[in-house]
Design a protein around this ligand. Structure first.
Ligand SMILES: Nc1nc2c(ncn2[C@@H]2O[C@H](COP(=O)(O)OP(=O)(O)OP(=O)(O)O)[C@@H](O)[C@H]2O)c(=O)[nH]1
Length: 348
């Protein structure tokens, strides 16, 4: 072997060592992530800065479990800017390579993999597969203005390492998120469960007491729900509960919280809203379901809900139990009022 070959070999070894060290540092850093939004943000920022990569983003397949699990994604502005959703078949270029990293500088062929804001700038790119439960769920995408940087003829050993390490870390955080989801959610509607409601209301009461702020609560019950189960069947009853949960989420503000209390009962905690505001929300909620029955298998299932309100006075300490009791009493009062009105209307 001549001296210049030796020299080249030593330089290649040094460069590989350097890359391996940087990948190790990235791995150590992302291992400390508890949640997927934090993992992806760290991962992409570190890859960009360690390897001086001008464009890097996260691609996720729409039907993978990650978008469903990670409500947190919608709260991360940074991730929103770096996330590109694809249809389930749009990473077939990776699948056909046995889920190995893909290098390309044929940008026209793979234009669907590039977010619109990078069009024309990315001239070569690498797709690093993310695998969860042995299934491809997305990819870390790296792009450069230089068409030669990710030339398809180059080796992908380091990108394979990155793929394995990132996928392992992803599997850890997703397992954690799944467990947390199961512990905090009602399995039918996906709403926060009663335990979460109690701790949220306790925190809200403490916040209101400390800052003399307002809050209010709606206790919502589906009227004659047993009749829906009996008349249409349990599947329709379940679908009504899911429909009500979605409707409530749609009707309230981002910092309000919707919980499934039990059976056909829901609780909405309205942050910074007085009893007066809550009355408006009640009207909105009751009118919404009256106008939006469930449509399932071409059958229309009418839905009527009644809401009870409670709102603690900012000056007086109260408990979660008391708050719920007051709302439940108001709910019964509202039902009685409505029944009286309907009796009167029938007698008239
Ligand atoms: N389909 C379905 N039914 C449920 C679920 N949880 C509770 N239920 C049923 O919900 C019904 C609630 O009945 P009730 O408490 O009498 O309520 P209601 O028929 O709405 O009566 P009012 O509130 O007085 O109008 C019961 O028959 C429960 O079996 C569920 O997850 N799915």
């Amino acid at each position: 072997m001549i001296v210049s070959d030796m020299q080249t070999l030593i330089e290649t070894l040094k460069a590989n060592e350097e890359i391996a060290r940087k990948l190790f540092d990235i791995e150590v850093s992302i291992l400390s992530s508890d949640y997927s939004d934090d993992l992806f943000e760290k991962l992409i920022k570190l890859i960009k800065s360690s390897f001086n990569i001008p464009f890097a983003w996260l691609t996720l397949l729409k039907d993978s479990p990650i978008p469903d699990l990670s409500e947190r994604f919608s709260n991360s502005y940074w991730l929103q800017q770096h996330l590109h959703h694809l249809e389930s078949n749009q990473l077939s270029a990776l699948e056909s390579k046995g889920n190995q990293p893909l290098l390309s500088n044929s940008m026209e062929e793979l234009s669907h993999l590039i977010p619109a804001r990078y069009f024309g700038e990315v001239r070569s790119m690498a797709a690093v597969p993310l695998i969860l439960d042995r299934v491809l769920v997305g990819a870390i995408m790296l792009g450069d203005n230089d068409a030669e940087r990710y030339h398809p003829g180059l080796g992908t050993f380091h990108l394979e390492q990155l793929s394995v390490k990132a996928s392992l870390c992803l599997s850890n955080v997703i397992s954690r998120e799944r467990l947390e989801y199961l512990a905090t959610r009602d399995p039918l509607t996906g709403l926060l469960n009663r335990r979460e409601m109690e701790s949220h209301l306790q925190q809200e009461l403490e916040r209101c007491e400390r800052y003399q702020a307002s809050m209010s609560l709606l206790f919502i019950d589906c009227d004659r729900f047993k009749q829906i189960n009996d008349q249409y069947g349990h599947d329709y009853g379940d679908a009504v509960l899911v429909h009500v949960a979605k409707g409530l989420n749609h009707l309230v503000r981002a910092n309000d919280r919707v919980f499934r209390f039990a059976g056909d009962e829901f609780v909405v905690a309205l942050a910074n809203q007085s009893r007066y505001d809550a009355r408006h929300v009640r009207q909105r909620v009751e009118a919404y379901f009256a106008a939006n029955p469930l449509l399932m298998n071409r059958k229309l299932v009418p839905i009527r809900v009644t809401c009870g309100i409670s709102a603690p006075s900012p000056e007086e300490a109260t408990s979660v139990k008391e708050l719920l009791r007051e709302a439940d009493h108001d709910l019964l009062r509202q039902k009685r009022l409505r029944d009286d009105r309907s009796d009167e209307a029938q007698g008239a």
